[in-house]
Ligand binder design. Sequence first.
Ligand code: UD1
Ligand code: CA
Length: 457
Amino acid sequence: MLEIVILAAGKGTRMRSDRPKVLHKVAGRSLLQHVIDCAYQLNPSRLHIVVGHGSDQVKDSLELNEKLSFVEQKEQLGTGHAVQQVLPFIEDGSDILILYGDVPLISANTLRTLVKYVSNDSMGLLTVVLDDASGYGRIIRNDQGQVTAIVEQKDASKEQLQLREVNTGVMAATGSYLKQCLPTLDNSNAQKEFYLTDIISIARESKIDVYTAQANSACEVLGVNNRRQQAEVERIVQRRLAESLMDDGLTLLDPERFDCRGTLTVGRDCIVDINCVFEGNVVLGDDVKIGPNCYISNSQIGAGTTVHANSIIDESTILGQGNIGPFARLRPGTKLANGVKIGNFVETKKALIGNGSKVNHLSYIGDAKVGADVNIGAGTITCNYDGVNKHITEIGDDVFVGSNTALVAPLTLGAGVTIGAGSVINSSVDEGNLALTRVKQRTVSGWERPKKKAKPK
Ligand code: UD1
Ligand code: CA
């Protein structure tokens, strides 16, 4: 049986934040969520999260299930003290894997290797060799190459600071060994903390062999302690996502200027221009082109659609062959059928728009059902809100709405209706009719404009 402990009680002073450190996000997920998602891949019987600073916020951020439990560390007296809090809740016979909530890129494969090192007389420790080891605990080995201790940066001698092999913080041992050694920790060190890392030197004394595994890459074990490291980790994740999407056949005009904070699924031959942000669950069909500076969240964009520069698409569906933007804003509940055109400075919300219909310029279409082959002229507004309630506008097939029209809902325009430009339409119009509310034009012939009098000199 495998139980996993994740340490997430620390304040994260170096983040200079009011939020607990582990709730800061990378690629749209909290640091802790990254670690938890990885932990589940090892199929543990239990997952113990040690919480302390902002514990309510941390708990609220997570999806609960029967495997997940929280253990409160009231005072943050060190990583060893944190694991001590979990001891009453773990089984002697379990293998215990300890992870840090601020090391988000750790991979399940590396952890699987480490867990294999655990037996009644051995434990596993994950180390990494870094060019710049500053800040990390250094791994001390004897002449035979066996690990004898971990020395924290603040406790290390000059010679020890030269060592480049460091503690990643990830280790695995039996429940019974942890129960035996953790109560013996003391805090006689530079930080007056109970260091989890001291169990390595205790292991030597207890005739427990320490086997080390090396992380595949240094970035896998990067800890996020400040905003710079957070940004560094964000770029690593984005680069990985970009590469895997390119492997799936996506053209990214610049993978360094691409951000995905969720899941992006692409069809064949899609193209994404620079500076686009994808959030939540976004699905692109085949041959979809996304122009520069678009923000797309929780939406489906069907085959053959082009989204031009600077458009926003949020919780919307485009069936296919759509032509969107530039500068379009599709708000939640927008559903476009095939071949719909939504042009610049058009906002839609809860709008169903039928095949081949066009809303080309400067319009607001909200709480509306629009049929097929409808042409909505520039500056048309569905007046859906009376100050208290929202009302529906229904527009039949083949309707033509002239420019600068206010459609005051609730309202139904029958199929084939024509609306004259500049109208305020507040009662329904039957099929095939023309409606217009334009004031009759008056022309004054030979009109002389007032002239300015010349100023006296
Ligand atoms: C720790 C290790 C160091 C290692 C580094 C790797 C110790 C003593 N040091 O140092 O050897 O190189 O991680 O990133 O273990 N936490 C608690 N309760 C506490 C203290 C910390 O839950 O009382 C949690 C923090 O929230 C964090 C994790 O433990 O998620 C690590 O704590 P942090 O203070 O960041 O340790 P480092 O100084 O980075
Ligand atoms: Ca850390």
